[in-house]
Structure formats: C-alpha cells, structure tokens
Design a protein around this ligand. Structure first.
Ligand code: NAD
Ligand code: UFG
Length: 332
C-alpha cells in the first residue's frame, strides 16, 4: 500500500488515480488545509474503489504511527506542504515547519516502521535564476525564496539520510509548471482567492470571473518578451510518480529527476492556446515584472526518459482544454 500525503490536493489526487490504474493500493493523509474532503468521493468515483483516508497533519507523530500500525505501507509519496512563493517570504517559519519539519516527521515514522521507499515533491524553483536552459539536475541550485529553500533543504536531507542507510530508495521529482486537470472534469486545481498562477487565472478570465489577465513584463529575453515556462499536464506528472515508484522497485539511492516536457511556452502563446481551448477572447494588460520571476525556465528531460522511462505526452492545447473543462464544471 502506498501512503500519499497531500493526496486530496491538486497533484496528489491525480497521482492517486494513476497509482490505482497501475494496480497500487492507496492510503491518503491530508489535513485539508488546501483541499476539500469532496475529493475523497471523487477519487472513489474515478477509481471504482474505496479511498482509505486519514484527515490530519503530517507533523502529527501519533497519527503517523497509527497509520503505519494499521496499514501495510510499502512506500510513501509525499506531496503535503505549503507552496506559495510569496507567502513563504511573509511567513517563512510556517514553510519550514510544514515542508521541512513535516518531512522529518514522515521519514522518522517510516524509519520506525521499516519502510524505506520515498518519493518527494520538489520543484524547479530550486534552480533559482541565471541557469543555462534547458536546465539539468546537475546544475548548481540557488533558490531565491524561502519556499524554494525548504525544497532544497529537504533534498539535501534526503541525500544525507540515504548515505546513512543505503536501504533507502528515494526519488526527488522537480516539477516544472503543472497545469491542466483530469479529463473527467471531476478533479483539478481549486485555488483559494485570487489565483497566483497563470493557467487558473486565464481560466477565470475566460469564465468572465475576472476582467483581464495582467501579463507580468514584456521585456524579457524571450521570443515575444513574455516569460517562458515548461508547462506539464498534471496527469503526465502523476504518471511520472508511478514511473518513479517502479524505478524504486528495482534500485536504491537518491535520484533527483526533472519532470517537464522540455518545451517552453511564452505567456502570450499560453493566452492563445487558452483562447483556442475556450473559444473565448481573453483580455490582457501588460504590467511590471513580478519580483522573483525568471525569463525562461525549461527542463532538460533526458534523465526522466533514460532512468524512469517517462516522457510527457500532452501538449499545451490539451492542457488548456482540460483546464477549461474543469473550470466549466466548477462553475456549473
Ligand atoms: P496542493 O496545495 O493542492 O496540495 C497539497 C496538499 O497537502 C493539500 O491537499 C493540503 O491540504 C495538504 N497539506 C498541506 N500541509 C499539510 C500538512 N502539514 N499535513 C497534511 N496535509 C497538508 O498543492 P499541489 O499543487 O498539489 O502540490 C503538491 C506538492 O507539489 C507540494 O509539496 C508542492 O510544494 C509541490 N509542487 C507544486 C507545484 C505546483 O505548481 N503546483 C510545483 C512544484 C512543486
Ligand atoms: N504570469 C502572468 N500573469 C499572471 C500569472 C503569471 O503574466 O497572472 C506569468 C509569470 O510572470 C510567468 C508565467 O506566467 O512568466 C508562469 O507563472 P506561474 O505563476 O504560473 O508559474 P511560475 O513559473 O512563477 O511558478 C510555478 C509554481 C511554483 C513552482 C514553479 C516551478 O507557482 O510553485 O512554477 O517552475 F516552483
């Protein structure tokens, strides 16, 4: 059985479905700090199986001990944590507590239970600025936010842990820009308040809930002056976790892997793709650059292909079609 922390969240819920499709049994632990208990029922609907769900915090050591005592957990995929770059600068201790101390608590419980298979949700944000693109996993990391540093600290801790006990098999997955939703329209990303990320914002403009997209900067060193990112469909990303788990069935160590498509898309190209998907005109206005943004962030995806046998399948048109379907379902 695979313990999925943060399993009712955006990426975790899609991963639960792909795990189930691949024949894994799943147990979910989530505090519902940034997700809804409705997702549990949706997962049951989509997988056709009951979802074992524990509501609670990953820092609750007694709860972790109870889960490991009650379930035969053979591996953990650890999504639970906080993820806003800007909030992490306002309240770094909340981020270190949830993301670093939370991970320590999970790893300690695993150690006691004798479970040594761990997949960690890391982020392309660990690379920071000034990288040659596409960026590969051996590049020197220099994260520029507290959030990014929590991810990088955990990666380093995982290397130390694995070096202390070679029985550990660990994969840190550095996600690029996860977007889109499940094709059923039953699960997707549900941002609270004003969306900070491009695609949820585009979806709300297309739905008439916001008047215009603010494009942060038009003078970047890119083909049209707007920021370029490596958008990856959340279902492809979910399948990357299954591939990582299958890799850990045959090897130990701590492997760090980029999950992206290897293709860059500018903000304006994404606006066009969303207009095609939604058949709506999206009003845009240019504003100043957002602090902390880089011009280009695109993955070198050769390690994922060579070592995990994983490559992303969906293009940005499909990502926008699925994001728009999800937006239309939540508005219905
Ligand atoms: P999400 O907020 O949708 O999911 C995280 C889930 O964890 C939520 O359901 C939340 O309720 C739960 N949670 C938060 N703190 C918890 C705690 N202390 N104990 C138990 N549950 C807790 O976010 P997501 O987009 O699905 O991201 C999942 C992981 O991937 C996070 O670790 C995030 O940092 C990482 N990541 C996300 C992105 C992205 O753009 N979405 C990019 C790179 C990395
Ligand atoms: N953008 C806009 N207007 C908006 C929102 C975004 O122009 O309203 C632009 C940004 O300037 C950037 C691009 O759209 O050029 C993508 O921005 P996102 O906020 O969607 O994504 P980021 O690349 O800034 O960050 C995301 C996640 C991080 C993660 C990182 C990894 O939010 O958690 O990808 O690359 F770490």
């Amino acid at each position: 059985m695979i313990l999925v922390t943060g399993g009712t969240g955006y990426i975790g819920s899609h991963t639960c479905i792909e795990l189930s499709r691949a024949g894994f049994e799943v147990v979910v632990l989530d505090s519902l700090a940034n997700s809804s208990s409705d997702v549990v029922g949706r997962l049951e609907q989509l997988t056709g199986k009951p979802t074992v769900f524990y509501e609670g915090d990953v820092r609750d050591e007694a709860l972790l001990a109870k889960i490991f005592a009650e379930r035969e957990v053979t591996g953990v995929i650890h999504f639970a944590g906080l993820k806003s770059l800007s909030d992490s600068l306002r309240d770094p201790l909340a981020y270190y507590s949830s993301n670093v101390a939370g991970t320590v608590a999970v790893l300690k419980a695993m150690q006691v239970a004798g479970c040594r298979t761990f997949i960690f949700s890391s982020s392309a944000t660990v690379y920071g600025a000034f990288q040659a693109m596409p960026v590969n996993e051996d590049s020197v990391c220099a994260p520029i936010t507290a959030y990014g540093r929590t991810k990088f600290h955990v990666e380093q801790m995982l290397s130390d842990l694995q070096a202390s006990d070679p029985a550990w098999g660990i994969v840190s997955l550095r996600y690029f820009n996860p977007v889109g939703a499940h094709e059923s329209g039953l699960i997707g990303e549900r941002p609270l308040g004003t969306p900070a990320n491009l695609v949820p914002y585009l979806a709300q403009v297309a739905a008439g809930e916001r008047s215009a997209l603010k494009i942060y900067g038009r003078d970047y060193e890119t083909r049209d002056g707007t920021g370029v990112r490596d958008y990856v469909h959340v279902v492809d990303l979910a399948k990357g976790h299954v591939a990582a788990l299958q890799h850990l069935a045959r090897s130990r160590g701590h492997l760090v892997v980029n999950l992206g498509t290897g293709r860059g898309t500018s903000v304006l190209e994404m606006v066009n793709a969303f207009e095609r998907a939604s058949n709506k005109k999206i009003a845009c206005e240019f504003t100043d650059r957002r602090s902390g943004d880089v011009d280009v962030c695109v993955a070198d995806v050769s390690r994922a292909r060579d070592l995990l046998g994983w490559s992303a399948e969906h293009d940005v048109d499909r990502m926008c079609i699925d994001a728009w379907r999800w937006q239309s379902m939540i508005d219905a």
